[in-house]
Design a binder for this molecule. Sequence first.
Ligand code: 7PJ
Length: 307
Amino acid sequence: MNRASEGWPRRAHQLTFAFPVPGGARAADGWRVQWPGCAVMGVLNVTPDSFSDGGRHATLEAAVAQARAMRDVGALMIDVGGESTRPGAEPVPAEQELDRVRPVLQALAGEGVLLSVDTLKAEVAAGALAAGAHLINDVNGLRDPAMIRICGEAGAPACIMHMQGEPRTMQQAPHYEDVVGEVHAFLLEQARAALAAGVPSVLLDPGLGFGKTLAHNLALLRALPELTAGPFPVLVGASRKRLIDYLAGVPRAADRDPGSLALHLYAARQGAALVRAHAAGAHVQALRVEAALDDRAESARPLESPA
Ligand code: 7PJ
């Protein structure tokens, strides 16, 4: 039985941190951030190709402005990434990746928004947490034991994402006997290991597009009621991904926000706690409108003109 698909009341989700965080309330076991229904994690890429105006300082300013804008439209969390993990992408050295994300984290510290860092390198995770990140988003699903240790020692939650293979080669020949069963078992096993090592809370993510064919991605999306039925909040990241091109014929990634919204609204209805999105404002708006239909929220508001 999936509560989310029953509509009201929407399920509450939470993350626990061992240190104070924006929006966190003191709890017996740390600081707890709670939210009803599905919230937005805004994507902030700080790779050299993500801001066209060039120059280190200009890039930093643009990234910080974009993060503030996503916070202001209602994103719960900003996901800062200094290395591309798109299919075929080559890894960058840890020092270089950290040099990209650290100044953004430092500039956003104390600005009232949760900061996650998208990295699969333990060294980058440690440096990012020291620079003010609150959560580690690991597309490698904490397969590196050093990653679990660092999150455990810092008392920082982790997003455990499933990936088959590594970004450079993962789309060459993805193969599963039972994609839903294998992904689900991996996520639960990693969650158990993380919690046992002192990681205070985790998010689980099926990892759309990470070593998956279109059929694998669709099977995982359709299995969300099963994935979200457990005790862990589930994050879904479909934003601008290639599966939208396969489904609707949209070759340019920048044109894929409507398809991203469709997949993310579906995920929200199936119980996802967070969606990772580039178009944060559009997602917050769509999720609020959809949630209001469930919540009968109009009774709490005065009548307004239809415009
Ligand atoms: C994801 C991610 C995702 C999580 C990227 C892209 C590739 N982290 N980092 N989930 N995707 N947790 O945005 O197309 O789906 S980078």
